[in-house]
Design a protein around this ligand. Sequence first.
Ligand SMILES: Nc1ncnc2c1ncn2[C@@H]1O[C@H](COP(=O)(O)OP(=O)(O)OP(=O)(O)O)[C@@H](O)[C@H]1O
Ligand SMILES: [Mg+2]
Length: 235
Amino acid sequence: MSDNLVVVEGLHKTYVSGPTRVTALRDVTFHARAGELIAIQGRSGSGKTTLLNMVGGLDSPDSGRVVVAGQDVTALPEEGLLRLRREVIGFVFQSFGLVPVLSAAENVGVPMRLRKTPTAEREDRVRLLLTLVGLEKHLNQRPYELSGGQQQRVALARALANTPRLLIADEPTGQLDSQTARQIMELIRALVDSEGVTALVATHDPSLITLADRVLEIRDGAVTERQAAEPTTTG
Ligand SMILES: Nc1ncnc2c1ncn2[C@@H]1O[C@H](COP(=O)(O)OP(=O)(O)OP(=O)(O)O)[C@@H](O)[C@H]1O
Ligand SMILES: [Mg+2]
C-alpha cells in the first residue's frame, strides 16, 4: 500500500445538454499523499468543481478511477458513498451552507448527530472544534449573527466534526474580502497540520499558493502540476 490518500487516474467527464457538449475533465491524473494541502487553481469554467465533485463522490466520471482512503469511489454503491461522505470526507463550499435556525455549536454538531455520537462526546468535540477555529466565544450565535469569515470558520469546524481524512473545499474564500480570505486559508493550513487531514482546495485566491504543499493547475479540464518557483498565471 502507498501512503496516497487520494488517487485519481485518467478521469474524463463530458456534460451533454441538448446539442451542446462540454468536456469538463480530460484525462486527469494525480495523487495526494496523507497530510498534504493541495491547491487547485484555474480560471472559471476550467473544471475545478467538477474534479472535486468526482473525488467526493458527488458526481461520477465517464471513465477513469478515484480512490479515497483505499476505497474505489467510482465503484461504490450509493450506501457506500453516503458512508464515505459522512465518515471519511469533510466538505466546505463557497456559500458556507450553514443551517440558519441552528447556533454555531448546533451546526457543528449536525454530522455527529447523524453518526449518533453520544451527547457528551459530541458536546466536547463541538467546543474543541469551535475553539480550534477561534470561535469559542460565539458558540450560541446563529449564522446571521456572525460575519462571513466567522461563518466559514463554523463550516470548517463542521467539516472536521467526524475527523475526516480528506477535506474538500470548493472556493472556500470566494465570498470573503482578501484579508479575511487570507485568515481562512491560514486556518486551513493550520488545521491540515494539527489534524493531519489531507486537503484539496479549489481557489482563485493567490494567497493559498504560498501556503499549499503543491499546486495543481487546471486548463480546459487538463491538470498540470505547477513547480514551486513558477509565478502565478491565473487570477
Ligand atoms: N451539470 C453540468 N451540465 C453541463 N455542463 C456543466 C455542468 N457542470 C459543469 N459544466 C461545465 O463544465 C465546465 C467546468 O465547470 P466547473 O464548474 O467544473 O468549473 P470551475 O473551474 O469550478 O469554475 P468556477 O471557477 O467558475 O467555479 C464548464 O464549462 C461548465 O459549464
Ligand atoms: Mg467551481
